[in-house]
Design a protein around this ligand. Structure first.
Ligand code: GLY
Length: 398
């Protein structure tokens, strides 16, 4: 869907909330907040969903991505994965569009003894955490996915980890945002947050225009912390973590793989229609998004060793994105230390997974609800040392 179809131009320049960033997170928060009666504008410097969200593979994989040291994040991820079916049903009902949500499950794989030992450790940890994972012999895994190479040593079946097409998701969210009554402004760069004392008054655009808003929600991924106008001691610390990916398709159509395959350290994600995403590197090199021959070589070498048929696929695209990582790799959701400032950023490897729960939490906080115990764990206070300032949000008559 062209972005224009989902865009409403408006002369109104005063809103309850201005959302800076029109990726999956910003759009989903705007949709949920508009449903709760707030007047919103989403300001996106490019096209909606065209930055980091368009590079994401779209894994909804809290179990595969679980770490013993990140149990609050795991709880948030499980809650978001559980919210996905209703979130998608509601979005598709509201727009009549397909989000590309594929309830396909995941296989984690090991190709040699070292990887098999590592996978056994991953299995024990997940069992300790009470997560749903099943050990499969190589022959059992190959019965599920016949394209797997004979070299496979061991696999784990992770039946509840699924996937969505983030490019479709953001197109659908863009339409839902507009249908819910919010204003979506693509190609609109925000130059700075505007303040009166310690109170947010809106934003100034690169064009010089001003947009007045009682609250500004910053959902600009790794660029969130660089927004001019936010005092240094209020900023959320973020670092870019580059991921290089390949988009491929099978000229023979769908069927080579039906589940997400995870390797150490990459993954192959099927879209269900013969398209695949192969990813992804983890590189801390600043704001560089170049693709490198070495990374493409390693991704393809590992994937072809695991699934020889990958060698027959057509390469459509090489694309890199920047994951927004906080110091504890968990997101920041909710009020900042300025009255009217709200954050929804720092989602690192989990932006698409955490989209529904972030939208629900952030929309609640924007209308002035108290955060749940789970949501409170993701406050900016853990980095800034400064409590959220003033009223959390507007009181909205319901
Ligand atoms: N969630 C997978 C990645 O960030 O690469």
């Amino acid at each position: 869907m062209p972005a224009e179809e989902a865009t409403v131009r408006s002369s109104n320049t005063s809103f309850d909330v201005a959302v800076v960033g029109g990726g999956a997170v910003g759009l989903a928060v705007a949709w949920r907040a508009a449903q709760r009666g707030l007047r919103l504008v989403v300001l996106e410097r490019g096209e909606p969903g065209a930055a980091t969200s368009s590079v994401a593979a779209g894994m909804i994989a809290p179990v595969s991505e679980a770490l013993m040291s990140e149990q609050r994040l795991l709880r948030l991820g499980l809650a978001s994965a559980a919210a996905y079916p209703d979130f998608i049903a509601e979005l598709e009902e509201a727009t009549g569009l397909d989000t590309g949500y594929l309830r396909c499950g995941t296989l984690a794989t090991a190709r040699d003894r070292d990887e098999a030992e590592a996978l056994e450790r991953e299995l024990s940890m997940r069992r300790e955490l009470g997560l749903s994972v099943r050990r499969l012999r190589a022959s059992e895994a190959r019965r599920l996915e016949p394209a797997l190479a004979p070299a496979l040593r061991l696999a784990l079946d992770v039946p509840d980890d699924h996937v969505i097409d983030p490019r479709r998701l953001t197109a659908v969210l863009a339409r839902a945002v507009v249908r819910a009554g919010a204003v979506l402004r693509p190609r609109t760069e925000v130059a700075a947050l505007t303040l009166s004392g310690d109170r947010v008054t809106g934003v100034e655009l690169a064009s010089g225009d001003r947009v007045a808003a009682d609250q500004v929600l910053v959902a600009a991924g790794v660029w969130s912390s660089a927004l001019p106008g936010i005092p240094e001691d209020v900023r959320v610390p973020l670092r870019p973590v580059k991921g290089q990916t390949l988009r491929l398709h099978d000229p023979e159509g769908p069927g080579l793989l039906t589940r997400v395959l995870r390797m150490l350290p990459g993954y192959i994600v099927p879209r269900g229609d013969g398209r695949y995403v192969l990813g992804a590197t983890m590189e801390e090199r600043g704001f560089d998004t170049t693709m490198t021959a070495g990374a493409v070589f390693e991704l393809l070498r590992d994937a072809v060793e695991l699934v020889p048929g990958i060698g027959e696929l057509v390469i459509d695209e090489l694309v890199a994105g920047l994951r927004p990582g906080t110091p504890d790799n968990a997101p920041v959701i909710g009020p900042g230390a300025l009255r009217g400032l709200q954050w929804a950023t720092g989602h690192y490897r989990h932006g698409i997974l955490l989209t529904p729960i972030t939208a629900e939490i952030a929309a609640g906080l924007l209308v002035g609800e108290e955060p749940s115990e789970l949501a409170a764990a993701f406050s900016s206070e853990r980095f800034t040392g400064r409590a959220a300032s003033g009223p959390r949000g507007l009181a909205v008559a319901t």
